[in-house]
Design a binder for this molecule. Structure first.
Ligand SMILES: [Zn+2]
Length: 390
């Protein structure tokens, strides 16, 4: 997802809700005369109390899950386990990637989204080394997950179970970025917004090699890129093209690519994605992205996003236990340094077994070729639908 700018719609919504409640109350309550002189102060104080009350009460079923998961600073200590689906779930036993590694730097660190399933974190560390060997200077790591996953206050519909990660398509600079630069440095858009084609002046063979390397790991099931980038690969990759099957076109993803790994061992309640269709995907399903249809304005812009209605009741029941799980002693205690230094449970890069394939019921409203989780149809052009997030 495109998350260049930060916003906190959730908090704003909460404040609005409190304000609305207070307004509706004040219609019915006759304020005694001496109190009227306090006017706005009294209102402000009550609003603060109301907010404090909301924060202090136990997690109620109607509380938005994004507020509860967004407030967690540390993972739940437990054996690593992803629960639910990429766009509707949470995870326990998460570990963090350090802000700096020999061949990576974490971007936008204030978001605290450098958490993932140990296999995801180990894979990023491995990719950083392999990519460097391929000639890519190092990774700028974007959002992975919140410490316990779950829906986020802003951005991303997926990234909820510790198995998604965004990596910038900008190479790591040869100087260390300051924290301020990591928060504010603009990303380079590789795709022309009008033509949806890659800007040739910016595209280098190393981009292709980076994506190919990421797709080479058995754990990686999908890589989401902008349709322009997919087209560039379709047009230029020679020889082995089998890996293109994993690279799937999607909105956004014009300055970063998105790595999604499969459900990992030890996660019986992790819901797998559908398999990708056979073939390299350089077919009519790609051609659709170069029609007008995918770029029409959303017909329903005011329809609430899933994260704005998702409560704990919408998530798998086990996510309440994840939310209530114990904190580790510190973030440092659950930070993965790679190269054989174990943290929590030692992550092992291995071929993921095939868990029971369940169709993503929550995603059923989307046509297959515009669903980031479903197989791309080989033929046919899907009907217009509102734009999904990823
Ligand atoms: Zn992403």
């Amino acid at each position: 997802m495109k998350t260049l700018k930060r916003s906190l719609p959730g908090r704003t919504l909460l404040l609005k809700r409190v304000a609305t409640r207070f307004r509706s109350l004040s219609v019915h309550v006759v304020v005694p005369k001496p109190l009227r002189t306090f006017g706005r102060h009294a209102l402000a104080a009550l609003a603060v109390l109301a907010i404090a009350g909301l924060a202090a009460r136990p997690a109620a079923a109607e509380e938005l899950a994004k507020n509860l998961f967004g407030a967690k600073k540390l993972p739940a200590v437990a054996a690593p386990q992803s629960i639910g689906f990429y766009s509707k779930g949470c995870f326990a036993g998460g570990v963090a990637i350090p802000l700096d590694g020999p061949k990576w730097e974490v971007m936008r660190p204030s978001r605290n989204r450098r958490w993932g399933h140990p296999t995801m974190i180990a894979l990023i560390e491995k990719l950083s080394r392999d990519a460097a060997a391929d000639g890519w200077p190092g990774l700028l790591v974007g959002d992975i997950s919140q410490p316990r996953g779950g829906p986020m206050l802003s951005g991303h519909a997926s990234h909820q179970i510790g198995l998604d990660a965004d990596i910038w398509l900008t190479p790591m600079p040869d100087r260390k970025l300051s924290l301020e630069q990591r928060e504010n440095m603009s990303a380079t858009l590789l795709v022309d917004e009008k033509t949806h084609l890659v800007k040739d002046a910016l595209w280098v063979p190393a981009h292709m090699r980076l994506l190919k390397r990421a797709a080479s790991y058995a754990e990686v099931e999908r890589i989401l890129v902008n349709p322009g980038i997919k087209k560039k690969l379709c047009d230029t990759v020679k020889g082995d093209r089998a890996w293109l099957r994993k690279v799937r076109p999607f909105w956004g993803h014009d300055y970063h690519f998105h790595i999604r790994i499969g459900c990992q061992p030890g996660s019986p309640n992790c819901k797998a994605q559908e398999n990708t269709a056979p073939g390299d995907g350089c077919d009519q399903s790609l051609a659709w992205w170069f029609t007008e249809e995918p770029w029409r304005p959303n017909k329903n812009p005011d329809r609430p996003k899933a994260r704005d209605v998702m409560t704990m009741a919408s998530l798998p029941a086990a996510c309440q236990a994840v939310l209530d799980g114990p904190d580790p002693a510190s973030a440092e205690a659950v930070t993965y340094y790679g190269d054989g230094v174990p943290v929590a449970a030692a992550p092992v890069l291995m071929t993921a077994p095939a868990p029971a394939r369940a169709s993503a019921s929550g995603e059923a409203a989307l046509p297959a070729s515009v669903n980031a989780f479903a197989a791309t149809p080989e033929i046919g052009i899907p009907l217009p639908r509102p734009r999904p997030g990823n």
